[in-house]
Design a protein around this ligand. Sequence first.
Ligand code: FES
Length: 217
Amino acid sequence: STRQVWWLHGARDGTEHPFAKESRDLIAALPNAKSTVYYSRPTDTDRQGVDYLEASRLSAEPVRRLDLPTDADAYLCGPAAFMDSLTAALVDCGLDASRVHTEIFGAGPAITPGIKGASTAPAPHQPAGPPGTGPEVSFARSGLTIPWNDAQESLLELAEACDVPVQWSCRTGVCHTCELALMSGTVNYSPDPVEPPAEGNILICCSKPEGGVVLDL
Ligand code: FES
């Protein structure tokens, strides 16, 4: 690809820099890629100019100095506080907020399935729009049965359209946050989960019903 790629990475030092050589080699193979690596506390064996560029945290201040293209798409991965401050910095640099995409790396807020919060979320209901013509999807705990609609990309999307309480994180079959019991029926996956769910469970973020299904939701 001849597209511009800016690779920004922050680590404490070279011992905490995963895939350092792999990412360096991949970036070197792209004609218009730039790499900027920050070590907050480089060790004596870390080589400035080779392993890292600057002894600093990857934070708003150095990013503002980079003169990033303002029409870029940004993909951030890291702890929530890091992504919040970097998102603000990128928007400050002129990027459109809708083009800054984030994925949490590290602990997220607590997930407390089965505990009813003080939420004012509406009760589960039929989805808006014309009914689907596919097999029946039953949300057992919510007492809701709906014909599958191919307009939905996944069972998770259908549950969300019905305000059925769900939990999720990656939405691509990686984290298993959306894993739950399939009480009957079978599903198809797209994409396939990185690791299969436990026996009798499914990942609803990347699956669709093959026939009628009953979900523990
Ligand atoms: S939300 Fe991560 S696997 Fe489904």
